[in-house]
Write a protein that binds this ligand. Sequence first.
Ligand code: ZN
Length: 447
Amino acid sequence: MAVVGPSRHSRVSMSVSMSLMQGGGAGATGGGGTTGAHPGQAVLAAAAQAPPTYYHPAAPAPPPPPPAQDPVQPDRPIGYGAFGVVWAVTDPRDGRRVALKKLPNVFLSLVSSKRVFRELKMLCFFKHENVLSALDILQPPHLDFFQEIYVITELLQSDLHKIIVMSMNLKKQTDSITFFVLGIARGLKYLHSARILHRDIKPGNLLVNSNCVLKICDFGLARVEEPDQNKHMTQEVVTQYYRAPEILMGARHYTAAVDVWSVGCIFGELLRRRILFQAQSPVQQLELITELLGTPTLEDMRYACEGARSHMLRRAPKPPSLTALYTLSSQATHEAVHLLCQMLVFDPDKRITVVDALAHPYLDEGRLRYHSCMCTCCYTTSAGMRQYTVEFEPATSHPFDDLWERKLTTVQQVKEEMHKFIAEQLNTSRVPLCINPQSAAFKSFAR
Ligand SMILES: [Zn+2]
């Protein structure tokens, strides 16, 4: 199967095995089948000339890429998100398998174009092992023909949703829960230090490679935190099962604590091998939460809207039943439940932060394993001594800036700025990439 990037250090024995990854991994090669694969069908081509000779849709097709080394892996779709489609493709410059994400319909409205620009800037900003970032952006056509954007990222084999679903039937349960929770918390510490709220943390947005290293992806709903509590934030965020109670109760303003709630739900799901709060509606979602945590106090509900608060007060009070967490699985140890209980706190101000969660002893074992052989921040000397980094969970050196958003007031402005931004990113020594218009695969990709 395709393992993207230079092979990492020694493999760590994990019960989430390679075979499990291959079963339905996002980057699995489809059983090595090469049917219909032909180099001329490859979606990506190296641009003939460096900028400013941009590929133009009406221009003659660039020459076909050189034949890839065997086995030829067909380019194919691997995922469809709310805001685009992702393909596994081959980079013609080095034969490396990468993920190609298309951000379509960018310039339909000011809101959508600014959202895509924000996501693109974030992908180029991120530099952290547990956060997916842009490796490259495809050369855009001339500004007049600029309609969609293609971003290249690392290709990972699977995601946490697939791993949880597939391991449900395994007799031997994974011992990787600590490790996954550590990965999510490390990535979120970095995002939150950049003042970014992800707002859609869920198992499907946590990619996992064959070494079980996890990366947070899909920043379509991410934004910079709002320091002004009087400013309203959208409630149309976070997939319902992972949505924090303050959003379910109509809070107009919320914080990075919404992401921590989602981590708690995923932590519980990893232990239980089933979704923790799987309700049919937002109202029932809140019911399930209160069945576990008990009826919240008025103080706990101070961010809720009036309607949601009175609804809650009309219900018969429920006692908390947190001891039920010990029955999730045999892996729900005292330390695991202790940390989980601090993530699943109704009041966002009393919920643990990712920084404090990372200091919890439950994550010590995962941290040791990660920095013993899997991270890129520590290394082993020729004498076999492990040299550890000073900062095990790095933060950003500077927050993500979103002031530029306020200056953009028309779609045309966003378009021009985005075109300029992409050109700046392409200003490297590497040959820029473009779509191969002769590719049969591209036609289905472009739909
Ligand atoms: Zn390290």
